[in-house]
Design a protein around this ligand. Structure first.
Ligand code: AMP
Length: 501
């Protein structure tokens, strides 16, 4: 293989030159960016970065709203062999300062409204607006070649969303990203004529890699939404065949009575990930649309790891089977492989697995086993058919009175009760038990919920040490932008629940 063929850009744009006039992006304004224009913009963006003095392997940090220009900058960066580091626009100035000191980029590209636009930095700084008409690279050379890179050279560093602890930069190579894109292309049966409705953020692996690379590799048009807005998504669905979302997207679609079967007639597949999809959401979605959401599981450090099947039954509450080439094992805490249906730590390796945490060999070593498996931090069970269920995060484990309590088990019991929409079970300091189990429960909208019914059900269904010592009914659970419940925030909120007066 020629070296430039290892470049992720070359892999995912392999059919782009054959379809120059086909829309690559269709914006909500009606404006179109063709595949031909995408190739031109990304080539000029490569030259623009080079003109700023960067060499292959140098890092580019961006803090930009989702936009066509931000996307072209990403493509130009990968194309030129520079390392792309996108930051969420929600990060504050102190957070951005931390990322810049950690990443040491040669170039910082910011939108004028973002904290990165005004922060003190040694990096060269440029501002970028959202539209391509005034992109700063328009007058740059078209001739910059696709950089020849080795398969294991870094293409991007993504800071993990870090619901606990300080964010670490996961270094993803060209081969990590292209191998995963090729596996998903096959697993989800991308085909001619597919149109992707893209409403995910582009600073996270889900929107930037899984969705974007999938469409590009397939030569598919993207209906490009700057953010997820229920009404706009419902209006666009009849023109799409593939949709990817976090579970919150699906519950919000279901909350809108306009969302019905007729809107989904052209749809081929709805895919969910980044956080657990409730079984009740899966079933309500099936009832409303006739579609079974395809749930998959992955993480920044390893991209996509498992997927429910495209053909054959998709099992609600599971994340499906390991993807081809991905080696997944489930290990008990004592280091022995867990048997079928026994919980254990999910560990994995494969071509998708990142090369390590940026400048953090200690943390990289800590999160790998001596035989090279990555310790995901998720607790999972695998059934006899190889379907995997994520039953919790190792660090969410509650130890109450010396007993291990897996929150997911209690959440599943509570979620199955009538009137309950969802729940989060946490451990907070308790003077007698070390940690006390607390259930934070969200009722279905408008349905009164008596905590006593949850206590009664727990008494009849759970061993005493697992029963919540307090049940708190709330309207919503706090979530981050990727739909993950922020348990750390709940633990802080209820930290003094059992404090002695
Ligand atoms: P991130 O690195 O932000 O993508 O977060 C990765 C974590 O999200 C995983 O380690 C899981 O804890 C969680 N996650 C992703 N997909 C799923 C899923 N389908 N079901 C349950 N948890 C998921």
């Amino acid at each position: 293989m020629d070296a430039e063929q290892h470049n992720l850009f070359a892999v995912i744009t392999r059919t782009a030159a054959e379809r120059p006039a086909q829309p690559f992006l269709r914006l909500t304004s009606g404006q179109v960016v063709t595949f031909g224009q995408m190739l031109e913009h990304s080539a000029r963006a490569t030259a623009w970065i080079e003109d700023r003095g960067l060499k292959r392997g140098d890092r580019v940090v961006t803090q930009l709203e989702k936009s066509p220009a931000a996307l072209m900058l990403y493509l130009g960066c990968v194309r030129g062999g520079f390392v792309f580091i996108p930051l969420n626009t929600a990060y504050t100035a102190p957070e951005v300062t931390y990322f810049l000191s950690d990443a040491q980029p040669a170039l910082l590209v910011a939108s004028s409204a973002s904290p990165a636009a005004s922060i003190a930095t040694e990096a060269r700084r440029e501002c970028l607006g959202p539209t391509l008409e005034d992109a700063p690279w328009l007058s740059c050379d078209l001739a910059a070649p696709v950089a020849a890179v080795g398969p294991h050279e870094p293409a991007a560093i993504l800071y993990t969303s870090g619901t606990t602890g300080r964010s670490k930069g996961a270094v993803l190579t060209h081969n990590n990203l292209s191998s995963n894109a090729l596996v998903l292309h096959e697993a989800w049966r991308w085909r001619d004529g597919d149109v992707l409705l893209h409403a995910l953020p582009t600073y996270h692996a889900h929107g930037l890699f899984v969705a974007l690379h999938g469409a590009l590799l397939n030569g598919s048009t993207i209906l490009f939404h700057d953010k997820f807005e229920v009404a706009a998504v419902i209006d666009a669905l009849p023109s799409a065949t593939v949709f990817m979302g976090v579970p919150t997207f699906y519950t919000r679609l279901l909350d809108d009575p306009r969302f019905d079967r007729s809107r989904c007639e052209a749809m081929r597949v709805f895919i969910s990930g980044s956080a657990p999809l409730l079984e009740s959401t899966f079933l309500a979605f099936r009832e409303r649309t006739g579609h079974d959401i395809l749930e998959r599981y992955g993480m920044t450090e390893a991209l996509m790891v498992t997927s429910n099947p495209y053909e054959g039954p998709r099992r609600p509450g599971t994340v499906g089977r390991p993807l081809p080439g991905v080696d997944v094992r489930i290990m008990r805490e004592d280091g022995v492989p867990a048997g079928s249906d026994q919980p254990g730590l999910l560990q994995l390796k494969g071509p998708n697995l990142f090369s390590g945490y940026w400048q953090n060999p200690e943390k990289t070593a800590e999160d790998h086993t001596p035989d090279g498996y990555f310790i995901s931090g998720d607790v999972a069970v695998r059934d006899r058919d190889d379907f995997i269920k994520i039953v919790g995060r190792a660090k969410d484990l509650i130890i109450s009175g010396g007993f291990n309590v897996y929150p997911k088990e209690i959440e599943m019991m509570i979620d199955a009760l009538p009137g309950v929409a969802e729940s989060a079970v946490i451990g907070v300091p308790h003077p007698d038990f070390g940690e006390g189990v607390v259930a934070v429960v969200v009722p279905h909208r408008g349905v009164p919920l008596d905590p006593a019914t949850i206590r009664a059900a727990a008494t009849s269904e759970l061993a005493a040490f697992k029963r919540p010592k307090d049940v708190i009914v709330v309207e919503d659970l706090p979530r981050n932008a990727m739909g993950k419940v922020q348990k750390a925030l709940l633990r802080t909120r209820y930290a003094s629940l059992f404090a002695r007066p």
